[in-house]
Design a binder for this molecule. Structure first.
Ligand SMILES: Cc1cc2nc3c(=O)[nH]c(=O)nc-3n(C[C@H](O)[C@H](O)[C@H](O)COP(=O)(O)OP(=O)(O)OC[C@H]3O[C@@H](n4cnc5c(N)ncnc54)[C@H](O)[C@@H]3O)c2cc1C
Length: 480
């Protein structure tokens, strides 16, 4: 449980660091042992001004308050109504927005990307738009909305090409098609989730071929009515155009995983795109949520199908962001909870998936991104890479954290020269706020570990002020 941290207990922080920094890793293993915890050793936060560090400290303390995190959306909406848009925007830019989003203009975004680059970190740009299939307002959205969103995502891909050549672009398919289409597809696709063997009307091979020749008008599912088929064709065309733009620019097209009640549909879209684009190298990335009980089974099924059909699977590995919602839904509908029984089981699943995919990366058959803020999991992956003699420069493996979260970990990874990314959301204060508050809620346990980050930030601020006063007194001595 998260509690209000009135005064971080540095002694407790130091002892918890000892566990996180060495657990499961041999000492003295060269580049494979980053130290995530000592600001001086790593010169962590060197690119942050003291003001920015102070802001991080305030945000970390606020994010550790249960009531604030739970009601953040309501608190921020009320604050906006009370303060007015201009003052609210200014306040947000100094606090949450400034911490978790990279800016709204090309200039501010360019500056943020450049700063990350200076510490060996690359940017994975994303536009935080999404809809939910359980929100009635979202269900009523018209088709022009999806075209408009596709235009925004397309601009994001262009921006990635400009600022982070050959990098990753990240998006949510729920921003680009009707929620009811995904619900309809999901229902039909569940029987094929663990076994894509064909023939049947959901043939990945058949639709992949139609995508290859851009014959979107021939995409048709017999058991769908005309409207749903129309939505399906339009969705495929939209996704394919965006993937094509990435392919032309050499950008990786990364698709987020979302709730279980639409995930079979999202995974189907990803596999058909992979069938078209991942022939020579993994350009389209899926996302595998390791908090699900069936993740290893699903990734093995995807791999078997891809291998038999001459393409490569690839993906971002995450623990998963919708746990509370999934559990609540399972309880309400009386269905089996899709989430692992406890945190340790999720970690076990994550590490088994890592064990399954690393040999594929070594064989050049796949690409994976380890998207986590968990030090032990990162150290586990680095240890397994060493055991399998996978070079740290291997482009098939990369790491990622969210912008504004666990920066000390990202910088530590940047220093040992592995491929490391920040997921960088950008846009106006209003367009990013919902995403940012949701992120804070989704990542409560990460923010709980913010206690460790809080300690490091305090130490760094303390070190800087000591240096400042030392320098100041020297200047005084010299001048007297
Ligand atoms: C670059 C990037 C991209 C991301 N993309 C996605 C995405 O596409 N889809 C998505 O869903 N999430 C995504 N995430 C969010 C990610 O799922 C969260 O950051 C993550 O859940 C926090 O896990 P962690 O490994 O960083 O931290 P940890 O603190 O080690 O893990 C916390 C997570 O463990 C799991 N967990 C906690 N308690 C339990 C329990 N009792 N039982 C079972 N499991 C438990 C939950 O998933 C929880 O969020 C992304 C994150 C990053 C960094």
């Amino acid at each position: 449980m998260m509690r209000l941290l009135r005064r971080p207990n540095l002694r407790a922080i130091r002892s918890s660091r000892a566990v996180t920094s060495i657990s499961g890793v041999e000492k003295h293993n060269g580049y494979l042992q980053p130290d995530f915890t000592t600001p001086e050793k790593l010169q962590s936060f060197q690119l942050k001004s003291s003001n920015e560090l102070l802001r991080t400290l305030i945000i970390l303390r606020l994010s550790a308050i249960d009531a604030f995190v739970y009601h953040s959306e309501k608190i921020l909406t009320t604050a906006r109504a009370f303060l007015g848009q201009r003052i609210f925007d200014a306040l947000m830019k100094w606090t949450f927005y400034g911490q978790f989003a990279a800016g709204e203009s090309v200039e501010t975004l360019t500056y943020s990307v450049k700063k990350l680059r200076e510490s060996g970190v690359r940017s994975m740009l994303c536009i935080p738009i999404e809809t939910t299939a359980t929100n009635e307002d979202d269900l009523k959205l018209g088709s022009s909305m999806w075209e408009k969103n596709a235009g925004i995502v397309s601009e994001c891909i262009d921006m990635t090409d400009k600022l982070e050549k050959g990098g990753f672009s990240q998006l949510k398919l729920t921003a680009l098609c009707e929620p009811e289409l995904l619900l309809n597809m999901n229902e039909k696709l569940i029987p094929y989730e663990y076994n894509h063997a064909e023939p049947h009307e959901w043939s990945i091979r058949r639709i992949g071929e139609l995508l290859k020749s851009e014959r979107y008008e021939d995409i048709n599912i017999e058991t769908f009515n005309d409207t749903t088929n129309e939505q399906l064709r339009a969705a495929f065309q939209r996704f394919d155009k965006l993937a094509m733009s990435c392919a032309e620019k050499g950008i990786t097209f990364t698709i987020d995983a979302e709730q279980t009640y639409i995930q079979a549909a999202l995974a189907f879209f990803v596999l058909t795109l992979q069938q078209k684009y991942n022939r020579t190298y993994p350009m389209v990335y899926n996302t595998y949520q390791c908090y699900r009980k069936d993740t290893l089974t699903r990734i093995k099924a995807d791999y078997e199908y891809a291998k038999a059909n001459g393409f490569k699977i690839a993906g971002k590995l995450v623990r998963g962001a919708y746990m509370a919602e999934e559990r609540q839904l399972a309880a309400e509908t009386g269905s089996e909870d899709p989430i692992n029984e406890g945190y340790d089981k999720t970690t076990e699943m994550y590490h088994s998936v890592v064990d399954f995919v690393l040999p594929l990366v070594k064989a050049g058959e796949s690409g994976f991104m380890v998207a986590t803020h968990n030090e032990n999991t990162i150290l586990y992956v680095l240890k397994r890479m060493k055991e399998l003699s996978i070079e740290k420069e291997n482009r098939g493996i990369s790491f990622a954290q969210l912008y504004g979260m666990c920066d000390h970990i990202t910088e530590a990874l940047g220093k040992i020269n592995v491929g490391v990314y920040k997921s960088v959301p950008y846009g106006t204060v209003d367009s990013t706020l919902l995403y940012l508050t949701r992120r804070a809620q989704e990542n409560r346990s990460v923010l709980e570990r913010g206690k460790i980050e809080t300690g490091i930030v305090i130490e760094e601020l303390f070190r800087r002020s000591k240096e400042y006063f030392k320098k100041g007194s020297k200047d005084i001595e010299t001048s007297s």
